[in-house]
Design a protein around this ligand. Structure first.
Ligand SMILES: CC(C)(COP(=O)(O)OP(=O)(O)OC[C@H]1O[C@@H](n2cnc3c(N)ncnc32)[C@H](O)[C@@H]1OP(=O)(O)O)[C@@H](O)C(=O)NCCC(=O)NCCS
Length: 156
């Protein structure tokens, strides 16, 4: 399905971010209420550990990760500007970080999300399973109507 939708999407570039793109990255994160970097939910979001998606030179999506040990990693934030959603940009970003982590030797990847549609998206398209863990949020972050994260896991 994403393949068909991708035939109508604009040309999307996926690459590592530049330092001068930080403010625009924050704007994209803000659309998902993911922008409060430095708090307890997301103490840091290093640009060295993320990928961005651009259309016409403008950042429209971002995806981060954190390597926990030699074989384990966790995704951090993933957001696509609402004006550009459902065009497979999220799929491209997530595949890019999964491929990178696999090549680094990571074998187990954890992801937290607070949205049931996103949970189903990870399960259907990327082979994730729910671990059964629900992680309480420590401050407002993401969906305002959800007070916990649903923990997912996939083998790379
Ligand atoms: C999840 C997200 C990154 C997907 O980005 P995207 O570019 O629209 O993704 P794609 O086009 O590759 O895929 C769209 C899929 O997302 C699903 N989806 C989940 N939430 C959605 C939403 N709020 N709006 C539209 N589609 C949504 C659709 O069902 C669709 O699934 P399908 O391919 O099976 O039909 C984007 O909806 C987003 O930024 N959401 C808010 C932040 C968030 O929840 N991030 C994930 C944190 S782990």
């Amino acid at each position: 399905m994403c393949y068909l939708r991708s035939m109508v999407k604009p040309v999307v570039e996926i690459r590592r971010p530049r330092g001068d793109e930080w403010e625009r990255i924050l704007d994209v994160l803000k659309t998902a209420n993911f922008h409060r970097i430095g708090g307890t939910e997301m103490p840091e979001f290093p640009l060295s550990d993320c990928f961005v998606a651009l259309v016409g030179g403008r950042v429209i999506g971002v995806a981060g990760y954190r390597i926990l040990d030699e074989t384990t990693a966790k995704t951090t934030l993933l957001a696509v500007d609402p004006a550009n959603r459902s065009l497979c940009v999220g799929t491209d970003l997530h595949r890019t970080r999964m491929d990178f982590l696999r090549q680094r030797g990571v074998r187990t990847l954890y992801t937290n999300t607070d949205d049931d549609r996103v949970v189903n998206w990870y399960i259907r398209h990327f082979g994730y399973r729910k671990t059964g863990d629900l992680i309480p949020k420590t401050e407002p972050f993401g969906r305002a109507d959800r007070d916990h994260w649903i923990n997912l896991r996939v083998d790379l």
